[in-house]
Design a binder for this molecule. Structure first.
Ligand SMILES: *Cc1c(COP(=O)(O)O)cnc(C)c1O
Length: 367
């Protein structure tokens, strides 16, 4: 059903965190450890649609033990960042793309779709209210976490008839405080993240729950991250943890940047999509391909694959330094961050922080 324009009820906190405490949190924010003073909430009920939109103090929720999400897992989320710009203003990076992906995730989980404009407005409102929480320097940002889950109480298995949409925000420090460091990856041949027809394309909580045991397996093999392969043949490279992957073919100005194609089992990352444009703008070739673990190993050995990196909102770009599987092990290049990887990383961050032009209109000014 369509919902008429949603207006937000503003109920700001009468007790925001003291300046000194906020400054202390911002001095070493880490990731997802501190939360701002407010949150935005919107309710949905069958027959009524979206209603009760509020900006309110950040606070715990009360849940009935028979809350349907706790049992059947209708829970989706997004992640996007607000960056303080060089001119002092604050901008969100491609919030419209997150809004549309959130709608697609909702459809897959049989949940109601929040209008794109309402999603963006909710993010704007929270950032404006908690502007003092947007860090000021370098790669730091305010990470926004919009999410939605079922609030109906009951144990019958069916789509719930009540949902709650919330946006919370958390200051994020530089992902690599000690300088960019490549990660080691484990090729998971035992566990899979997603199969055709499943929820791989949706940003849903369950995908992460299913990934944790593989991440632990990677750690047991001395690797920091898990690389997901396709569910049928266990040989086509899909993603790394919660990030998409890129491979640099060739070197220098003739390099082509390739990424696994979106087959329906990969999460369509907004960073992945942005980098296809950023790389082309820098004059590199780009392609979406199918790449097997054998191709990767052979390409690494003969030098045709010179660099590998992962990308996502949290880290922007993370170089991959070494690969391990049950049968093989190899180092990418000299194990250090590649030149093109770092060039793309810098180019993306420069757009996000307003140090470079924004030719694709990706920045959404909040103030
Ligand atoms: C969120 C996510 C990504 C990255 O998406 P971005 O929009 O670039 O942050 C990649 N893979 C998975 C599994 C994800 O959940």
């Amino acid at each position: 059903m369509t919902t008429p324009d949603i207006t937000f009820d503003l109920k700001p906190s009468s007790r925001p965190l003291a300046d000194a405490e906020r400054e202390a949190a911002l001095a070493d924010p880490g990731f997802g450890r501190h939360f701002t003073d407010h949150m935005v909430t919107i309710r949905w009920t069958e027959g009524r649609g979206w209603h009760d939109a509020q900006l309110e103090p950040y606070a715990p929720l009360q849940l009935d033990p028979a809350n349907m999400t706790l049992h059947y897992g209708q829970a989706i989320f997004e992640g996007l960042k607000a960056f303080r710009q060089d001119d002092g203003s604050v901008a969100l990076f491609r919030p419209d793309a997150n809004a549309r992906r959130f709608q697609r995730s909702a459809r897959r989980l049989a949940m109601p779709e929040l209008p794109e404009q309402t999603f963006v407005e909710a993010c704007d409102l929270l950032v404006k209210q908690d502007l003092a929480w947007v860090p000021g320097v370098g790669e730091q940002s305010l990470y926004l976490r919009p999410f939605m889950f079922a609030t109906e109480v009951g144990l019958g298995v069916r789509p719930a008839n009540e949902y709650l949409f919330i946006v919370i925000a958390s200051p994020a420090g530089p992902y690599f405080p000690g300088g960019v460091k490549p990660v080691s990856v484990w090729l998971s041949e035992e566990y899979v993240r997603a199969a055709a027809g499943g929820t791989g394309e949706a940003k849903c909580a369950g995908n992460y729950a299913a990934s944790l045991v593989a991440q632990a397996e990677a750690a047991r093999h001395g690797c920091e991250q898990v690389v997901w392969l396709d569910a049928v043949e266990h040989r086509w490279v899909e993603e790394m943890g919660g990030m998409n992957l890129y491979f640099v073919r060739g070197t220098g100005a003739d390099a082509t940047i390739v990424t696994p194609e979106l087959t329906g089992t990969l999460l369509p990352g907004i960073t992945r999509d942005s980098l296809l444009s950023v790389a082309a703008d820098l004059g590199y070739g780009t392609a979406e391909v199918r790449l097997s673990t054998d191709d990767w190993k052979a390409g690494n050995a003969d030098g045709s694959i010179s660099e590998v990196f992962a990308c996502g909102t949290a880290a922007a770009i993370t170089p991959v330094g070494s690969v391990k599987s049950a049968r093989a092990q190899w180092t990418i290049g000299d194990g250090q961050p590649g030149e093109i990887t770092m060039r793309l990383r810098e180019a993306l961050l420069a757009i996000q922080t307003g140090r470079a032009a924004d030719p694709h209109g990706w920045l959404h000014r909040v103030v």
